[in-house]
Write a protein that binds this ligand. Structure first.
Ligand code: AMP
Length: 210
């Protein structure tokens, strides 16, 4: 079983690339952000614990996220591999993930300028039901406010505002950049240029997987 891990700043395209990989390689995309958002929406106990951290652009406590991922990875639908989007984000999470066995592991660091990433985040729209990703300017849903995939409601994420975005970048630099170094030292990290249209970035990325 292959474990693919996507790294990159907020707005670098991890979620979009994860969707393409899921479609073409049939690797389930495991997005801790999506799992947490659905917990918040369902008003579960975990959602209640996570909500304020997410809205301010901070990180949800490690114990909570590590346990969610452990449960997700214990399910039997993983097939020949899976792709992680937004996890691990701290060294503690990376160490916890390393204790879960896999046959091969690849980490891909999608590099994009902060200016381009911020621009994408501030025009991003997300389906609050299935998590599909749109962009107000470059990829709007066919019907205003309605998801093409599941007919759910398409809107701006609560944390895609300037203040939370600023905090997410700060947290990314302080807590997640060291995790990228960790995978670099493990010699499983590749870097790709994440600027420009998603389809072009994906062409490069695809070549690293097979
Ligand atoms: P994302 O959808 O990946 O941008 O995640 C949205 C928010 O969920 C983040 O800003 C965090 O508050 C929280 N979150 C997602 N993944 C993690 C994680 N691995 N560790 C801690 N918090 C997370």
């Amino acid at each position: 079983m292959m474990r693919l891990i996507l790294f990159g700043a907020p707005g670098s395209g991890k979620g979009t690339m994860g969707d393409f990989i899921q479609r073409d390689f049939l690797f389930p995309k495991i997005s801790t952000g999506d799992i947490l958002r659905s917990a918040v929406q369902q008003d579960s106990a975990e959602g209640g614990q996570a909500r304020s951290f997410m809205e301010s652009g901070g990180l949800v406590p490690d114990e909570l996220v590590i346990e969610m991922v452990r449960q997700r990875l214990s399910r039997s639908d993983l097939g020949t591999g899976y792709v992680m989007d937004g996890y691990p984000r701290t060294l503690t999470q990376a160490e916890a993930l390393s204790r879960i066995a896999c046959e091969s592991e690849k980490a891909i660091f999608i590099e994009v300028s902060e200016a381009e990433a911020v621009e994408r985040l501030l025009s991003r729209l997300t389906c609050n039901n299935c998590g599909a990703i749109y962009n107000r300017l470059t990829k709007p849903p066919k019907r205003d406010g309605v998801c093409d995939v599941c007919r759910g409601r398409v809107e701006r994420r609560a944390d895609d505002n300037e203040e939370a975005v600023r905090q997410r970048f700060r947290v990314y630099a302080e807590r997640t950049m060291p995790v990228i170094d960790y995978y670099d030292r493990k010699r499983v990290l590749a870097r790709i240029d994440g600027g420009g249209p998603a389809a072009r970035v994906y062409e490069t990325l695809k070549g690293l997987i097979a």
